[in-house]
Structures are given as structure tokens and as C-alpha cells.
Design a protein around this ligand. Sequence first.
Ligand SMILES: [Zn+2]
Ligand SMILES: [Zn+2]
Length: 188
Amino acid sequence: MLASERRQYILEKTQETGRVQINDLSQELGVSRMTVHRDLTGLAQEGLIRKVYGGATTTASPRVDDDACAMCSMRVRRRTAFILNCEDGSQIQACCPHCGLMLLTMRPEAISALTVDFLHGRMINVRTATYLVNSELTVCCTPSVLCFQFQDEAERFQRGFGGEVMDRAQAQAYLSTSMDIHRAHDEP
Ligand SMILES: [Zn+2]
Ligand SMILES: [Zn+2]
């Protein structure tokens, strides 16, 4: 298992269960406690988890430093932040899942990405999230993209606000296509 896969596993498990123990992770992953400890330290430095005695817990919200979105330069807000983690440990921040998914298309070197569940406000893995695209609920960029951990919750919002429920790949493809259309309109 690659270090990045191990860290992904730890991050997902922390998000699922709310809290992880170094001893458990060491057994599950078949690596030393020292290795798990280093992984947790790295994830904590990125602001993705919070280290506690003997393990780690989820962070209530991402470390967002009022940075500008790497895509559209708008200020990144905690409520809709989308964060790409790169192999070299650096982070790229986007204002919302709309810009985040576009960045993900442009920056395939990102090893993982997190965003905020629109309903519950907690960090979720963008890979397994469900997206409500082009609904009437516009919180940031258009076409609006809202992100949910659970598909049934995305569908609840869809009933109220329209739009299409998609997985990550579908949402990325949709945004690429819609940007091409916008570009075509811009041409004289
Ligand atoms: Zn943006
Ligand atoms: Zn945005």
C-alpha cells in the first residue's frame, strides 16, 4: 500500500467513525505505530484531522485561511470550501465544488480532495460524494454544484430546488462541457 493510499484510508476512516486509534490503524494497515503516527501528523498539518491522545478525530471544519479560489479568485468560504491535496503536501483551495471539480480536472496530480457536505457542514471525500448540479440553489459559482455525502440527501434537495444528481465523474464531465459552451458563446 502506498503512503498516499494509507493516508486516504486513515482520512476516510476518521470521517466515517469520527475517531481513530493508532493501535487499531497499525493492525488494520499492517504498519508500525510509528508509521501511523507520522501519517496522522501529516494529515493534521494539512488540517484534515485533529490529533488527540492515542489517535485522531475529525476536524469540525477545514483549515481555510481566507485564501482566494485557485480557479476564480473569489474568497474561499468555510461553508463551501473544496480542497485539493497534492503529492508534495501542498494544498489548492477552491471556493466551491463547482471550481473544485474544474480544478480537479485540470490538476490530476492531486492525490485526494475534500469538500464540505452542504447539509451537515462536515468534511467529506469528494471521490465518493454525490453532487447536485445546476439546481436553483446558487451559493457560489454557476452552474451551482452542491456536494453531499449521501445520495438520498442530495435527492431531497433536488426535489426542492431542481437540478441533476450526479456522481463525481458525471459532475466533472458536465462542468467541462458547460464551460466549452460558455467559451463558444464568448467567441464573436
Ligand atoms: Zn472559485
Ligand atoms: Zn465558487
